[in-house]
Design a protein around this ligand. Structure first.
Ligand code: ARG
Length: 456
């Protein structure tokens, strides 16, 4: 722009100009840039820094520019560097020199900080909604399969039977913590930076409270140098997003395992799977794999921004322009992952026969046998030892617990009686009635509470 190039003898090198232009990716900030400029112009008029008539010309022009962009009539010009200069240039083109008054008492440094904060606030709202819908999908899968028993695992070895609903509600808890983290991050995002100028504040009698109210900010930055160079809120979002994607990736991994022939616990809906170009029998869990894979991008964005910020001297530095692409990618990736994955979860079909059979196979009730002996007066360590030897014996004989005779049990402990045969998957589940446990009673209560939390 001529008023910016005024100090220079030469035009910018072509490659250098292309290298530094951000409009190809910051174009999407236009609604926020316009909203910020409208509020700023109104404040300038209210304070008598520009006239009411000038403010009206400027704000009318800005609203029209917003429509032009929406309708695709105004396209980004890379020569104008960024979204802020594109809009300002178009304003001056439309309304004449008065358009140049908009940038009074403002710098692109506080302007861009404002725009990205407005964008981030919306992103957090969208994320919270996405999380809630995901939690609702988990609840609906749990509710539709309330009685389904699956093997619970540790070390990916069958450990103890649990209700599928209990397993799914574990993810509900993770997403509830994610929700809390995004709400917490909103607190520090919801701060107005405009009015900080380039770095030192501005030499006009501005009213920042007015602008904060116009734009819906609950707080106003207290230090202008911090305000133009603070990107903590983006880092916080990306950190919360990283943790959230880690949760989604863990669930994705389970969906992938469960839909394999080896587990065969779940059938994913056709709408969320793909075929193979060479093997006609294949039904691949691509969506789950992509969610798992995209987790890497989100971590990468967080690392990139942390590294960009490291060692930046106060205050604004052009490095900060590097915040945007990673942040946009982070928001887009998280929101689409939440949406598509929720659809996959709510349409999944659980193969309850198979999960129950898997839960019943092997010696998954070993802990319950030990608990049985404890109830008959045995010390837990001794009981553990007795059952370990019993398992070894049963494996050798090729028998399950229920196939062993009472006489065989008695060889290991005289405390075993006839009632040993009433130890079943169901009795095992019912026994886990401690707070936070997998008994049907506890899980029903947890499900009811979860539903309330997400407004179901
Ligand atoms: N495109 C820039 C950014 O994203 C806007 C601020 C430019 N400020 C400056 N002093 N060059 O950070």
């Amino acid at each position: 722009m001529s008023h910016i190039r005024g100090r220079f003898q030469k035009a910018a090198d072509k490659a250098a100009a292309a290298f530094s232009a951000s409009v190809s990716f910051d174009w999407r900030l236009y609604p926020h840039d316009i909203a910020g400029s409208v509020a700023h112009a109104r404040m300038l008029a209210k304070q008598g820094i520009i006239s009411q008539g000038e403010a009206k010309t400027i704000t009318d022009g800005l609203v029209e520019i917003g429509q032009e962009i929406e309708q695709g009539k105004l396209q980004p010009k890379a020569g104008l560097e960024d979204i802020h200069m594109n809009i300002e240039a178009r304003l001056i083109e439309k309304v004449g020199e008065v358009g140049g008054k908009l940038h009074t008492a403002r710098s692109r440094n506080d302007q861009v900080a404002l725009d990205i904060r407005l964008f981030a606030k919306e992103a957090i709202t969208d994320t919270l909604l996405g999380l809630k819908k995901f939690q609702q999908a988990l609840i609906s899968l749990a509710e539709n399969n309330k009685k389904v028993i699956i093997p619970g695992y540790t070390h990916l070895q069958r450990a103890q039977p649990v209700l599928l609903a209990h397993h799914l509600l574990a993810y509900f808890e993770m997403l509830q913590r994610d929700t809390d983290r995004f709400i917490d991050c909103l607190e520090r995002t919801d701060v107005l930076p405009l009015g900080s100028g380039a770095l030192a504040g501005v030499a006009y009698d501005i009213d920042r409270e007015f602008v904060a109210k116009e734009l819906g900010f609950s707080q106003i930055s207290r230090n202008s140098m911090d305000a133009v160079s603070d990107r903590d809120f983006l880092i916080e979002y990306e950190a919360a997003a990283s943790i959230c994607m880690m949760h989604l990736s863990r669930l994705a991994e389970e969906m992938i395992l469960w839909s394999s022939a080896e587990f065969d616990f779940i059938e994913l809906d056709d709408a969320y799977t793909t075929g193979s170009s060479i093997m006609p029998q294949k039904k691949n869990p691509d969506i789950a794999e992509l969610v798992r894979g995209k987790t890497g991008r989100i971590y990468g964005n967080l690392m990139a921004l942390l590294t960009t910020m490291k060692g930046l001297p106060l205050s604004y530095n052009r490095d900060l322009q590097e915040d945007k692409e990673g942040f946009f990618d982070c928001v887009d990736t998280l929101l689409s992952s939440l949406e598509v994955f929720a659809g996959m979860i709510s349409t999944a079909h659980i193969k309850a026969e198979n999960t129950k059979q898997a839960a019943g196979e092997g010696y998954i009730l070993a802990t319950d046998l030990a608990d049985y002996l404890v109830k008959k007066g045995e010390a837990f360590r001794t009981a553990h030892d007795i059952v370990a030897r019993l398992v070894s014996y049963a494996i050798e004989k090729g028998k399950t617990f229920s196939e062993l005779k009472l006489t065989e049990y008695k060889k290991f402990s005289p405390r075993f009686g006839d009632d040993i045969f009433s130890v079943t998957l169901e009795s095992s589940l019912a026994a886990r009635d401690s707070l936070g446990g997998s008994s049907p009673k506890r899980v029903a209560a947890a499900l009811a509470k979860a539903k309330k939390t997400v407004g179901l």
